[in-house]
Ligand binder design. Structure first.
Ligand SMILES: *Cc1c(COP(=O)(O)O)cnc(C)c1O
Length: 453
């Protein structure tokens, strides 16, 4: 019999609860602190800018399982389950004894995993009487997912997109507009924060930091408007566990269990999404699985950052979070994996690294695209530049398995496709891309801006 290539779940087998790893962590994450008073924040405090339910989920260290609302499940069924795929052609090209599986989160209307959290975030806002949502976006995957989800639940969306990204990648802002969102390049003239930045520096190209500051200001100054975030926070990783929970069932269909689980790492949501359901068995049953978070070597917060309380944005508006950070005003090299250029790691993941349950792996830009090209030519899917990092890490592990002759089972998350990132591939193919390596001095210098708490 031919070997099965793809594993899908029937609709009635799609998980109906998310997994909250905080409940099972031996050392709980430290609380977020108020940006000015430095006092620990409660859910009610977070709810000034986020929906109440997401604020509760953020700090929930009690309930391991959280019901997915029926209305969200209905929308998950538009594209879930996503396929678990055995990468036979990639295995063959690498001549490895390893079995390589990937969870394909690129097959939904928006092309990345981000919609898994955009839907519940908009649903909870709607439930709580909110009419408008706002957010920031860099390359635009999160803005696109949020624009769609807002439309689904009848909310108005305003997205601040980093100005330079908007100019370099016009297609994603067009996608947001097609879904009915208002898109502004940040820094804009529509907020106090934006005006101040533009007055100081009329040519400011914008950054995630400026866009977060503008979106938070809009949420604070507009009645019935909430702010949403596509990564980093605990509730976002919670929603993404649908990825790993499905994968666990699908791996069982394939008769295997992963020895290594791998994902690329920006703020940690697709990593947490695929890893936490498997890590549950490491925490509770002592199962040995290696968890690898692949980050760009030009933004190495997991391997070379410091565990500190730091801000999530450049202006210092967000709560202080205990995380591995390179400093909140770290300016990463302009690599094409825009979603991996964030200065800090999520709170849960940071604690898990500290406690030795997982580790980071640094991937140079050229190695990531080399991996993406090999994957395209073998498996027929052009991966997002972010996802290329997970593939590169997987290839490293598959080569190690070949050297040692071990028949390991590798599972990675294909967080998105790269069809709107073809200019990046064009640059790679033309030989115009380069690696960026940071010196220890650069890292130490930048960490001086981390606030004292
Ligand atoms: C946003 C994004 C990422 C990085 O975000 P995480 O929260 O770390 O998952 C990775 N891949 C794709 C395709 C993205 O859009």
């Amino acid at each position: 019999m031919a070997h099965q290539k793809r594993y899908l779940l029937d609709e009635q087998d799609i998980p109906t609860q998310w997994y909250n790893i905080q409940a099972d962590m031996p050392v709980k994450p430290l609380p977020p602190l108020h940006p000015v008073t430095h006092k620990p924040m409660k859910a009610e405090d977070l709810a000034e800018i986020f929906s109440m339910e997401c604020s509760r989920q953020e700090l929930d260290t009690e309930h391991a399982w959280i019901d997915i609302p029926e209305e969200v499940l209905d929308m998950y069924r538009y594209y879930r389950s996503t396929p678990l795929v055995r990468a036979y052609a990639l295995e063959k090209a690498l001549d490895t004894p390893a079995h390589i599986y990937f969870k394909n989160e690129s097959v939904n209307p928006l092309g990345s995993h981000k919609v898994n959290s955009a839907l519940p975030q908009c649903y909870y806002c709607k439930q709580e009487g909110v009419t408008n949502v706002t957010t920031e976006t860099g390359a635009g995957q999160w803005g696109a997912a949020l624009s769609y989800a807002a439309k689904v639940f009848g909310l108005e969306a305003a997205v601040y997109q980093v100005k330079i990204s908007m100019q370099q990648k016009p297609y994603r802002s067009l996608i947001m507009r097609a879904f009915g969102a208002m898109v502004e390049g940040s820094p804009s003239m529509s907020t106090r924060a934006g005006k101040d930045i533009v007055t100081r520096d009329p040519m400011h190209p914008g950054s995630l930091g400026t866009a977060i500051s503008e979106a938070i200001e809009l949420a604070r100054t507009t009645p019935r408007c909430k702010y949403t975030l596509g990564s980093v926070l605990n509730h976002v990783a919670l929603h993404q566990t649908i990825i790993g929970l499905e994968a666990e069932k699908q791996m069982t269909m394939a008769g295997e269990y992963p020895d290594k689980v791998i994902a690329c790492f920006g703020g940690g949501s697709n990593f947490g999404g695929i890893a936490f359901p498997f890590m549950r068995h490491s925490l509770l049953d002592g199962r040995h699985t290696e968890f690898i978070a692949a980050e760009p070597d030009s933004c190495p917060k997991l391997t070379r950052g410091r565990f500190e309380y730091d801000f999530g944005d450049e202006a210092g508006y967000t709560p202080l979070l205990p995380m591995y950070t390179l400093g909140h005003d770290f300016k990463p090299a302009n690599i094409h994996a825009g979603g991996l250029r964030y200065h800090g790691a999520g709170v849960i993941v940071s604690q898990l690294i500290k406690d030795g349950y997982m580790h980071g792996m640094d991937i140079p830009q050229l190695e990531s695209f080399e991996a993406g090209i090999l994957f395209s030519r073998t498996e027929g899917i052009i991966p997002a530049p972010e996802s290329c990092h997970a593939i590169a890490a997987t290839i490293r592990e598959a080569k190690k398995a070949k050297e040692s002759g071990r028949q390991e089972v590798l599972l990675f998350c294909l967080s998105g496709h790269g069809l709107i990132d073809m200019t990046a591939y064009d640059s790679y193919i033309n030989g115009d891309l380069q690696n960026y390596t940071l010196s220890d001095e650069d890292i130490v210098r930048n960490l001086r801006t981390v606030p004292k708490v």
